[in-house]
Design a binder for this molecule. Structure first.
Ligand code: ATP
Length: 402
């Protein structure tokens, strides 16, 4: 096993397009690192540069103690783990796992020992004589991992391994990969565009947009302290609500009314004019079900639609956006691959809430957890930098979200 250190990596394609811009990501030995971002953000290019399938324009790729920029893929000792299509259908599970050892001319005794070790770890003992076609998706995934294990690879690399599966199977496979990675403790880099996979699998997550690293942090740090509008909108489901806001003293004026926010938060946004406030759906509640003693503030608003799911409900509350913020919010939506600017608040309510469509409801807001963003740079003015992992300094206009 080994650490993987990407240092100031740049990839400029032949046509002059810069797919990766000065990205630095340090993957610790045994760490599960996720590269996540929308289509075209450069995540696959980055992974291909780690493996050696793509040249590095500038920067250093360091695996363990070695700079591998000029090493061929086969000399980097990394294992790309593909899904079932990389298994040989006519070979047994045993022979599929043994394949790289046979290729390397290992003795029968060594092959037998290594395959059995791997199959014990991967709980495949009883399937060794079966063909891949007769296995479940999860078992096939483990066979593919087995093949990587017997090679004693320094790291596992996954490129969107679950994207073709239906939602249920994707959930199962996610748990499977997570369990096996923890058991093996092997350094892993996993590329996905799915924020749920990123949040559930990663020890840390590198969020990329248009070739720029936006933030490198643990899932919790990303969720609680997103460095900018893009990360805030990308991480979390349903996504964070964005709306126009201004601060006066400790009062925050939102489209629905004015709420009181903590002084420390208000100070960070003082004198900044029109801002974008970000509040996650789950940081609102029906005021009548909020227990006494909870801090925060309330406002009244007319509820357009309520979707009741049993354990919770979503209430939708339309609002207006000032013309001067429209362009920023439109651009943000495009970056997030959304469907046009959201001009309705999505509020998550307790399943016990009695709020109905058309009600003028009293809504509670967790004022501690409101984020305030500078619309021109996208920067989160209220972020706690101590608890936000690494937020690169993105000066380049291409990098600034929205
Ligand atoms: P996806 O999820 O769609 O695969 P990605 O984040 O993995 O996206 P990459 O495949 O890394 O994105 O591509 C990053 C950018 O580089 C894209 O804008 C893509 O069009 C561009 N790109 C990829 N390969 C080449 C190439 N050979 N020449 C020029 N540009 C390329």
């Amino acid at each position: 096993m080994a650490a993987i250190d990407m240092r100031n990596i740049v990839k400029e394609y032949g046509d002059g397009f810069k797919a990766v811009n000065d990205v630095s990501i340090d993957v610790a030995d045994g760490e599960f690192m996720i590269l996540v971002g929308p289509s075209g953000c450069g995540k696959s290019t980055l992974l291909r540069m780690v493996v050696g399938l793509e040249d590095i324009t500038s920067g250093d790729m360091v695996i363990g103690e070695r700079t591998v920029n000029d090493l061929a893929p086969r000399d980097r000792n990394l294992a790309m783990v593909f899904q079932n299509y990389a298994l040989y259908p006519h070979l047994s599970v045993f022979e599929n796992i043994a394949f790289p050892l046979r290729l390397a001319g290992a003795s029968n005794e060594e092959v037998d020992r290594k395959v059995r070790e791997a199959s014990a770890t991967l709980e495949l003992d009883e399937h060794l004589d079966r063909k891949p076609g007769n296995l479940s998706g999860g078992q096939r995934q483990r066979v593919a991992m087995g093949r990587a294990i017997v090679r004693d690879a320094d790291a596992f690399l996954f490129d969107e391994p679950l994207s073709n599966l239906d939602a249920k199977l994707r959930g199962q496979m996610r748990t499977e990969i997570s369990r096996m990675q923890k058991r093996l403790g092997i350094t892993t880099i996993y590329v996905t565009h799915d924020q749920t996979e990123a949040m559930t699998l990663g020890d840390r997550v590198a969020v990329l947009k248009r070739g720029f690293l936006q933030q490198l942090a643990t899932p919790r740090e990303l969720y609680e302290n997103p460095g900018n509008l893009f990360v805030a909108g990308f991480i979390g489901s349903p996504p964070m609500n964005f709306m126009p806001a201004t601060v006066e003293g400790t009062s925050l004026k939102l489209p629905f009314g004015t709420v009181e926010i903590p002084a420390a938060k208000a100070e960070k946004a003082a004198g900044k004019g029109l801002l974008i406030a970000g509040v996650r759906p789950e940081h609102f509640e029906d005021a009548s079900v909020v227990r006494g003693g909870t801090s925060g503030d309330t406002f009244r608003a007319e509820v357009d639609v309520v979707e009741w799911l049993g354990n919770e409900a979503y209430a939708y509350i339309p609002f207006e956006v000032e013309a001067e913020l429209r362009a920023e919010l439109d651009q943000l939506e495009r970056d997030l691959e959304g469907e046009g600017t959201r001009t309705q608040l999505v509020v998550s309510l307790d399943g016990a809430s009695q709020i109905k469509e058309g009600d003028e409801a009293e809504i509670w807001i967790d004022a501690e957890r409101i984020h305030l963003f500078d619309p021109s740079t996208g920067e989160n003015l209220t972020v706690d930098r101590e608890k936000a992992g690494r937020i690169p300094d993105l000066k380049d206009t291409e990098a600034a979200p929205a």
